[in-house]
Write a protein that binds this ligand. Structure first.
Ligand code: ZN
Length: 492
């Protein structure tokens, strides 16, 4: 099996643009799903693994330029405790919080993401779609959505019937065995190219194998869509032997420890945000409170940081803010070399205060202009909004959304910051843009029209530039609404 890709003219493939349109439709529904989670902290963490994988796929020639440009390459976090990740058409990938909470290392997470990425780059999805060529693409999109929704209910059998062959009962695409082997092989190379420890693949397989022995498929939907067979395992083992996962150098070891430290905290965060129920949160809190002396070994310190982080966040969710702060203060002082881990700890402190409804003390001195990562920009913005420093927030977020126009949460926070300054027209426009970012064009159009009505009834409520931007955006979004309606009519 060579890695060569069929040419784009190959009739066995759905054109990239069509696959992207299908993905967009599915994405629009997922954005509206209450179980879709936009957590900037975990989002940044996933991106820190995802971006190197994308880069490696490009460098290895696995990612065609056309797909690179046309596809969304966006990750969705889903509030679901089961262990799963899945590729959708058009370069969208879903990741369950349960997966992040269950893996022990960033390398295990990279192994799963690289595998899913390879399903997309190898056009496995488009091939499945065209195998179903008696059905219109929109119908397949509807099937995927139906199956995704049904996978959450006990009545998943309905989806299996509706879904036909392309979509399995668990709401995922049913790839062939050969496709799975190809995704294993390409994914392994991509993961290695991105600098991850390839033993992560073996560890992940081990986890899956244990789960299948325990018959724990319910918590492991990934196992149902990715049945392990001796061939897959043997191939992975021989790849590992060839790669000769050598003993890492001392510097490599230190890097790995830093990555593990951040991972331990992020996995704990994912477990808390997956809403495991009050008993589970109490258990996390109790575990953190039970600990005594700071541990001696590096591995124990890493584990300890995860326990404290999880305990502090669990306490905050249980509204025990004194308990949360006390655990947070016990998190190890992090200095050189651990910028991202230190940032995660700082942001957790702000988050606990905001959940408690108090203005974080750091808001008095925070310099939003210095914030660079998304988690930092959005969390510090929340903090400054609580301190009623709306002007600084809107200045920073205006720059941010110019660079990231698809960031719905940033637009939403910008709307709040403008509201705080009584700039109502701008607030309504920012709210409209957040709907555009979530591809809810009719809702966006409503808001643009409300902004226009306000400008007419209250001359002077917006300046000329703002007014003409709103008129232009209203026209653009109106044509998107019309195009969507037309597409629906044709499809019906
Ligand atoms: Zn797969």
């Amino acid at each position: 099996m060579s890695g060569a890709l069929p040419s784009m003219g190959d009739s066995s493939e759905l054109p990239a643009a069509a696959e992207r349109r299908m993905g967009d439709r599915i994405a629009a529904s997922i954005y509206r799903d209450p179980d879709y989670v936009d957590d900037p902290v975990l989002g940044d963490y996933l991106q820190s693994i995802w971006q190197p994988l994308m880069k490696a796929a490009r460098a290895r020639g696995e990612l065609q330029d056309e797909l690179d440009e046309r596809f969304a390459w966006a990750l969705f976090l889903i509030r679901d405790r089961s262990i799963n990740a899945f590729a959708l058409p058009g370069g969208y990938l879903g990741v369950h919080l349960g997966l992040i909470g269950a893996v022990n290392t960033p390398d295990e997470l990279a192994a799963v993401l690289a595998h899913e990425l390879s399903h997309v780059t190898q056009r496995h999805i488009s091939r499945l779609m065209t195998q179903q060529n008696r059905q219109a693409p929109w119908m397949i999109a509807a099937m995927i959505l139906g199956a995704l929704a049904a996978s959450k209910s006990p009545d998943a059998a309905t989806a299996a019937i509706v879904g036909g062959q392309a979509v399995a009962a668990q709401g995922q695409l049913n790839f062939s065995r050969d496709m799975e082997r190809e995704a294993d092989r390409i994914g392994f190379g991509v993961m290695q190219g991105a600098g991850f420890d390839s033993r992560g693949v073996a560890e992940m397989f081990e986890k899956l194998q244990q789960a299948s022995r325990l018959n724990d498929n319910g918590a492991f939907p990934y196992l149902r869509s990715h049945p392990l067979n001796t061939q897959r395992i043997a191939e992975a083992q021989s790849r590992l032997q060839l790669a000769a996962a050598a003993t890492p150098s001392p510097e490599g070891r230190a890097d790995a420890d830093r990555a593990q430290l951040l991972h331990a905290m992020m996995a704990a965060r994912a477990r808390v945000l997956a809403v495991p129920g009050v008993d589970a949160l109490r258990a996390m809190l109790a575990e953190a409170q039970r600990r005594t002396d700071p541990p001696a070994t590096a591995a124990a310190r890493i584990r300890d940081a995860g326990v404290l982080y999880g305990g502090a966040l669990a306490a905050a969710q249980l509204r025990d803010f004194a308990g949360a702060r006390s655990l947070w203060r016990q998190l190890p002082p992090l200095t050189e070399g651990v910028v991202r881990a230190r940032q995660a700890v700082e942001l957790l402190g702000i988050e606990i205060d905001l959940l408690a409804g108090v203005v974080p003390p750091s808001a008095a001195t925070a310099d939003l202009a210095q914030a660079t990562t998304r988690a930092e920009v959005l969390t510090v913005s929340r903090s400054l909004t609580a301190a009623r420093r709306g002007r600084e927030v809107s200045d920073r977020l205006q720059t941010w959304v110019t660079a990231h126009p698809g960031d719905a949460m940033a637009w939403q926070m910008l709307a709040v910051a403008y509201g705080q300054q009584n700039q109502t027209v701008r607030a309504i426009r920012a709210d409209a843009e957040s709907r555009v970012a979530q591809r809810d064009y009719p809702a966006a159009l409503d808001r643009f029209k409300a902004a226009q009505a306000m400008m007419r009834s209250q001359p002077g409520s917006a300046d000329h530039v703002e007014g003409s931007i709103i008129d232009t955006r209203a026209r653009q979004v109106e044509s998107l609404v019309k195009a969507q309606a037309l597409e629906d009519k044709v499809n019906r």
